[in-house]
Design a protein around this ligand. Structure first.
Ligand SMILES: Nc1ncnc2c1ncn2[C@@H]1O[C@H](COP(=O)(O)OP(=O)(O)OP(=O)(O)O)[C@@H](O)[C@H]1O
Length: 277
């Protein structure tokens, strides 16, 4: 469980990127973080994994306040946060398997990782994860020979190889075509539910967020202006989050969101409500 309380961030230049942000994410819940450019999505994710130090407030993961940690304690806490990136962040010249095993780097000794000698249990886990994300046939391929969707699957397996307690996902589908984007979102949501992993996914694609997330948090100018079920994200709420914009695109895509396959792996309503009340 992740608990963010009274979180604020003012950058040195004076920009107040977050103002008193507070929310909790229970086990297995997938939260889509939406908001216009500059609303604070990246800053929030970076405050949670402490790439950025918050000015005020706390971030507790399974009871440990990450904002108070430094040195070894912080490194240990970061191991519990699996990251998935828009541009995949794979090592192109390494194989798919080696990229997934790099998820264990925070756990094995420097020499073991330098020589790429990982314990057999890590290798076995990587095989199982690559099978889960549909890449069992590709373990020995170089990352550079994979398609965008396959690379993101490697990124998902690498994050899970780390045994995270939280997934932080930054625009996972922005570089993908619409069909692949849906497949990747579905996969992320499935693995979170299977493992009881809470996840925060920053995204610009509102229809995709509505299709797959259990819950949506809308940021505007560093504040939460919406926190609720995807179904409640109507035109008025979207206008509050994004200001007066042209919503034609979103309404067109809303119809696509009602196709049967879009909802096939959604949890029952009561489960999705967990943590919202
Ligand atoms: N390193 C920094 N130094 C100073 N100001 C920053 C820094 N990073 C972000 N900001 C400012 O903080 C605010 C929030 O930025 P942030 O990148 O978190 O927004 P975002 O919602 O992730 O935007 P986008 O969707 O474009 O990635 C903006 O006003 C931005 O200019």
């Amino acid at each position: 469980m992740l608990r963010v309380s009274s979180l604020s961030k003012r950058y040195k230049g004076g920009d107040e990127a977050l103002r008193g942000v507070a929310f909790e994410v229970p086990a297995g819940q997938v939260v889509a973080l939406i908001g216009p450019s500059g609303s604070g999505k990246s800053t929030l994710i970076r405050c949670i994994n402490r790439l950025v130090k918050p000015t005020n407030g706390s971030v507790e993961l399974n009871g440990t306040d990450i904002t108070r940690l430094g040195g070894r304690g912080l490194r240990r806490a970061r191991r519990l946060m699996g990251m998935i990136f828009q541009e995949y962040a794979l090592v192109e010249r390494l194989t798919v398997m080696e990229n997934v095993l790099s998820g264990r780097l925070g756990y094995v000794s420097f020499w073991r990782s330098f020589l790429r000698r990982f314990p057999q249990s890590d290798v076995d886990k990587a095989f199982a994860l690559l099978d889960r994300v549909g890449l069992a046939e590709h373990v020995d391929k170089r990352a550079s020979d994979m398609s965008g969707g396959q690379r993101q699957r490697v990124g998902i397996a690498r994050a899970l190889e780390q045994d995270p307690a939280l997934l932080l996902v930054d625009e996972p589908t922005a570089s993908l075509d619409p069909k692949t984007a849906r497949q990747i979102m579905r996969l992320i949501c499935e693995v979170c539910r299977e493992r009881g992993l809470p996840a925060i996914i920053s995204m610009h694609d509102v229809p995709l967020a509505k299709m797959f997330a259990d819950r949506i948090i809308g940021l505007r100018a560093g504040e939460i202006v919406f926190d609720g079920l995807p179904a409640k994200l109507d035109r008025a709420v979207l206008t509050e989050i994004y200001g007066e914009e042209d919503w034609t695109q979103i309404h067109t895509d809303d119809e696509a969101a009602d196709t049967p396959d879009a909802h096939e792996d959604r949890q029952p309503l009561e489960e999705r409500m967990a943590g919202l009340t």
